[in-house]
Design a protein around this ligand. Sequence first.
Ligand code: FPP
Length: 247
Amino acid sequence: MNNSQREKELKQKIDAEKVPRHIAIIMDGNGRWALEKGLPRQEGHRQGVETVRDIVRCANELGISILTLFAFSTENWQRPAWEVNYLMSLPEKYFQSELPELKRNNVQIRLIGDAARLPRKVRQAVEEGTEATRDNTGMILNFALNYGSRSEILRAVKLLVDDVTSGTIKGEINEKTFSSYLYTVDMPDPDLLIRTSGEKRISNFLLWQLAYSELWFTSVFWPDFSRVDLMEAVHDYQLRRRRFGKL
Ligand code: FPP
């Protein structure tokens, strides 16, 4: 069966009423994809951006409400400077080419992560994207940039302590209160986490928010991840029974 036949089949199988509300993706394997082809690692990342474009479109068509993409972790600064610089050039390029379509498709762009440590041109590009799509009411597209879950949790604890000390918060502190101090403040937790490239790790991504998410791993490298792969993941998700600790 070729890809377009499989896509057609999956479209029929997927229940449009029960798609995951929030999908989070660890986009992994750009480097290995390039290595396998004898190309420089940058080529893997460049192709990875093409995949981002396709997957954002497909998620939007499927009616996903929130798509969160792990684009750069707090640990990724440890890569060689040439690779960090290349990765930092991608948001600007992506928004330059995609912003008109994202606006048309009613997509809202958001950033999760420590924006303060991002180079100014990245911050500006993302700010421009978030600003230009602020009034959109469709799919939320979260870019996790300079994101690390442990530092997000620590930041939340510090902000919470400040608010308790100053008396801004009174009464019980529950899970809902705590969640409101995370970058994902007004968003439901991911229903489905996808990780490409065969690795089966969470890698400091959304540790609090993934508590009850369904996990889906594929050996496909991110640059080869296709609409069909996303639809396979959504279909598989729909076959699962989520119990949230209950019977
Ligand atoms: C992991 O592959 C991927 C990254 C660290 C970067 C992911 C970024 C993109 C896919 C592009 C982001 C796009 C925008 C628009 C911001 P890896 O390099 O760790 O691969 P490897 O494990 O095979 O070496």
